[in-house]
Write a protein that binds this ligand. Structure first.
Ligand SMILES: Nc1ncnc2c1ncn2[C@@H]1O[C@H](COP(=O)(O)OP(=O)(O)OP(=O)(O)O)[C@@H](O)[C@H]1O
Ligand SMILES: [Mg+2]
Length: 231
């Protein structure tokens, strides 16, 4: 469903991505791991068109969306939940979701979103700023779902959340996969990554240096951690 090949991205003169390769089959979850600053966020921003790659391919099904403007990439079926969530603090829960909706006939109606996130339904009229960190994260995911995405890019959704809330988030992410959403999950939280991922990728200095199915990663994890993940 999503295949990234040889992605090169620059910020000004800074060459940040040096050939990132990732592949996520339809309705699967890939976790992208890596130390701070290796280019995980730049990778998702490149896929989304916010940091357009200078070389490489981003195959969404049979279409190469590399270099497309972000709104067309969104329309093609990619949704992005950025690091730090970025919900609107002064809008209510419902308003935050409504700004993302495009058409009337939708897979993820408000009703279905509130079934998936009952806590948000209870707080539908509360402002974003009145939500807990976990509720804000759920709202950011709900808002992304309101665009009916085929692919969802989640950048460190567990950041700052209590373990119990991270478990809830894992349940939600797993349910989205069961609903057919293909998910790229950037995570520092290995527990969350292991709880949901089908495939694991590790990045070092703007490159993909390791990829394996979850089972293989778990068998090799001490070695992989020592080599690529611990400081
Ligand atoms: N807007 C920007 N302008 C210039 N350089 C940037 C910009 N954003 C990120 N960088 C640089 O690009 C590199 C990769 O950053 P990126 O945010 O992609 O890393 P990351 O893997 O997401 O890190 P973290 O785990 O801390 O979120 C870093 O060296 C960073 O300083
Ligand atoms: Mg990041």
């Amino acid at each position: 469903m999503l295949r990234i090949e040889g992605l090169h991205t620059y910020y000004g003169p800074g060459h940040i991505l040096h050939g990132v390769d990732l592949h996520i089959p339809e309705a699967k979850i890939a976790a992208v791991l890596g130390r701070n600053g290796v280019g995980k966020t730049t990778t998702v921003r490149s896929i989304m068109g916010l940091a357009p790659p200078r070389a490489g391919h981003v195959w969404l099904a049979n279409q190469d969306i590399a270099g497309w403007p972000p709104h067309l990439i969104a329309r093609a079926g990619v949704a992005y939940v950025p690091e730090g969530r970025l919900i609107f603090p002064d809008l209510t829960v419902v308003e935050n979701i409504r700004v993302a909706e495009r058409t009337a006939a939708r897979q993820w109606t408000l009703e279905r979103l509130f079934q998936l996130f009952p806590a948000l339904g209870e707080r539908a009229r509360n402002r974003g700023s009145e939500l807990s960190g976990g509720e804000q994260q759920m709202l950011a995911v709900a808002r992304a779902l309101a665009t009916d995405p085929k692919v969802m890019l989640l950048d460190e959704p567990s950041q700052g959340l209590a373990p119990l809330v991270v478990r809830e988030l894992a349940n939600v992410i797993g349910r989205l996969r069961d609903e057919g959403v293909t998910i790229l999950l950037v995570e520092q939280n290995l527990k969350l990554a292991e709880a949901v991922a089908d495939h694991v990728f590790v990045m070092v200095k703007g490159r993909t240096v390791y990829k394996a199915p979850l089972k293989t990663f778990q068998a090799e994890q001490n070695e992989v951690k020592a080599r690529y993940l611990t400081l």
